[in-house]
Structures are given as structure tokens and as C-alpha cells.
Design a protein around this ligand. Structure first.
Ligand code: ZN
Length: 87
């Protein structure tokens, strides 16, 4: 089972979380409120925020590996090598 972590997060953890969100390596966390399009959540030290400032949706948990800079780097490097293999 994947371990979960809960906010507050350190700036290093926040950077790793947002890197995963943008990586395309896994489906990003999206806002649970109703929006015309899926809205990718943004990590801040106090948890996930919806980028729509009018939306008060919050999420305070993530998978532990998502906040680990080394795990995130490995995840994104794996994508790089996957792409190399497809060429
Ligand atoms: Zn929202």
C-alpha cells in the first residue's frame, strides 16, 4: 500500500509535489469541485489549492513518494528513458 502524508509540507516537499503534478507521469490530482475542465491542484505548504481563486476546494493529503525529491526525480527520469526506448 502507498503511504499517505498530510499537510503542512516543507517548501522542498511542495516543489516535489508540484513537479509530479506537471510531469505527465501520473494522473495529477484535480479539483473535486465542479469546473468546466479538470483543474490540476497546486501544492502549497498548507495543502492542495484549486488554481481558481473563487474555488475553496482543498486537499490535505498526498502519496508520500510524491513529496520525496529523489523519488520524483526517479519517476521523471524513468519517463525519459521510456521515451528513449520508443524511438
Ligand atoms: Zn476548484
Amino acid at each position: 500500500m502507498l503511504d499517505l502524508i498530510h499537510a503542512p509540507w516543507s517548501p522542498v516537499q511542495v516543489a516535489a509535489l508540484n513537479r509530479v503534478q506537471r510531469s505527465g507521469r501520473m494522473h495529477p490530482f484535480t479539483c473535486g469541485a465542479s469546473h468546466p475542465l479538470h483543474v490540476t491542484l497546486i501544492a502549497e505548504t498548507d495543502g492542495w489549492h484549486c488554481p481558481d481563486e473563487a474555488c475553496d476546494y482543498r486537499q490535505n493529503w498526498a502519496h508520500a513518494f510524491m513529496a520525496d525529491p529523489d523519488a520524483v526525480a526517479a519517476l521523471i527520469e524513468a519517463k525519459y528513458y521510456d521515451n528513449q526506448e520508443q524511438q
